[in-house]
Design a protein around this ligand. Structure first.
Ligand SMILES: *Cc1c(COP(=O)(O)O)cnc(C)c1O
Length: 466
């Protein structure tokens, strides 16, 4: 465009007070406040001036309104917000892992809207410990002598190693050099916790003699790590925990197990492959066991340490504890979730992750049919819709290779490409996150709450209804 043409176009840009008076813009001001909208309009107009296109006044107004919408949407999608998980992946790491039981939410509410006995002993009226609220219940459920929690399992592993093997050797099998997403690598954690890693065995086979031959005066810990997110199959051998425990007793070493997911519930009871439980590790004699609060356990993000009292007492006294300790919200959420484990039937009914894992094919089919009907009722002529078989996952680096038979509502819109529809669902007011299966939107019902059906129907209506 020539400079002359540009000047002509610039003259068509309405002054800001006119733009602020547009009905659509007025609505935005009501929601977001005048200052933010003025700033955003300025930004849009500046951008337009940098690369103007030949437009008349009406076209420019249209253009500014559209751009304003895009900016506001981007702004809306930045903050933390609720989304609907229609992927069928239960512990979706990117979507916040475990949804919490309502008992946990209620206690968070109660404890955080007012004061609490976080560090106050109601018996004596004196100072109490924040660790006490969780300790008794973890002891009860796991059978361990003592327990303490920190912010996540990575912190738990780090703190245990740093406390119990500072400047000393930790022996670990080469088959258990785990990397968890987001840069948690066992060798790095061992190094950062000021311990010296001694690797033994090979990737596929490690024997008890490999451990015993590597023990020196400097050895403090035999570490077993659950390979939670991968499986080594074929010609393999791992040393069972009990054998490590006997060796540890002989040589006076700490046997520590990082269980990763750390189920408190025997998953074979709901038809899934057996996953080592924390109770089993304690029964088999582990001195220290660490696991996550928001994986298979289904509570809040936390790292749980259970085991021998003398060791846990040392861990509690580590100065790093102050940096890694949990806040009251986590303590509330986790203790309410753990209470549900006091009765295992109650746990499966009330802890969302377990409940979603336990859903039967029949229940899933009835959920899928219900969603399908609701969508058809409102949008019948706008889309093609069918209930299909889908494969769901536990996710969160738990139970690798295990798929769950799921059900999904598969959907295509009359007038919209499937990728565009997926994007629009993702960018809607309450985002709906879903996969595409064979050119159709797949809404896997295992991870969708029945109360979310209505939101899905209304969102679809907003996108393809009118
Ligand atoms: C997930 C996992 C961790 C890390 O736990 P976070 O709670 O995510 O910090 C550590 N070790 C193993 C084996 C895991 O599976």
């Amino acid at each position: 465009m020539s400079n002359f043409d540009k000047q002509q176009v610039f003259r068509q840009i309405p002054p800001i007070n006119i733009l602020l008076d547009l009905p659509e813009v007025k609505k935005l001001i009501e929601t977001y406040g005048r200052e933010f909208i003025v700033d955003t309009i300025r930004l849009v107009v500046d951008n337009f001036r940098k690369s103007p296109k030949p437009m008349c006044r009406e076209e420019i107004i249209d253009y500014i309104e559209k751009e304003l919408d895009i900016y506001i949407n981007e702004f809306n999608n930045i903050g933390l917000k609720r989304v609907i998980n229609a992927t069928g992946v239960i512990l979706h790491t990117n979507l916040g892992r475990a949804p919490m039981p309502k008992e946990a939410i209620n206690l968070i509410n109660e404890v955080s809207s007012g004061y609490s006995n976080l560090e106050f002993d109601l018996e004596s009226g004196g100072r109490g410990s924040r660790h006490s609220h969780i300790e008794h219940i973890l002891k009860r459920i796991t059978g361990a002598e003592s327990a303490v929690i920190v912010n996540n399992n990575a912190a738990a592993v780090f703190l245990c190693l740093n406390t119990l093997a500072n400047n000393r050797e930790v022996i670990i099998s080469r088959g258990q050099q785990v990397e968890i997403g987001g840069s948690f690598r066992i060798p790095d954690i061992i190094a950062r916790s000021s311990c010296k890693m001694v690797e033994v065995g090979t990737t596929n086979k490690t024997r008890l003699s490999d451990y015993s031959n590597a023990i020196t005066e400097e050895t403090s810990i035999l570490l077993k790590v659950h390979t939670s997110n991968y499986k080594i199959t074929g010609f393999t051998e791992e040393v069972p925990l009990q054998d490590l425990v006997s060796l540890g007793k002989q040589k006076n070493l700490v046997i520590m197990e990082d269980l990763g997911s750390g189920s408190l519930y025997d998953l074979s009871l709901i038809g899934l492959p057996y996953e080592p439980t924390v109770q089993d590790s304690i029964k088999n004699g582990a001195d220290i066991v660490t696991f996550s609060g928001d994986k298979l356990l289904g509570g809040s993000q936390a790292g749980i340490i259970v085991g021998k009292k003398d060791l846990i007492d040392k861990i509690k006294k580590n100065p790093l504890m102050r940096m890694l300790r949990c806040d009251k919200l986590t303590i509330a959420a986790l203790s309410a979730t753990l209470e549900l484990y006091m009765d295992l039937d109650k746990a499966v009914q009330n802890i969302p992750t377990l409940k979603m894992m336990a859903l039967s094919e029949k229940e899933l089919l009835s959920k899928a049919n219900k969603l399908k009907e609701l969508i058809s009722e409102k949008l019948g002529n706008k889309c093609a819709i069918e209930v299909i078989d889908e494969l769901d996952e536990v996710g969160g680096g738990s139970l690798p290779g295990v798929t769950l038979n799921g059900k999904a509502v598969a959907l295509t819109a009359e007038n919209m490409n499937v990728n565009v529809l997926q994007e629009k669902l993702r960018k809607s007011h309450i985002p709906i996150i879903c996969r595409i299966n064979k050119d159709r939107i797949s809404l896997n019902v295992r991870t969708i709450h029945d109360e979310e059906f209505e939101i899905i129907v209304n969102t679809l209506w907003g996108i393809i209804g009118e």
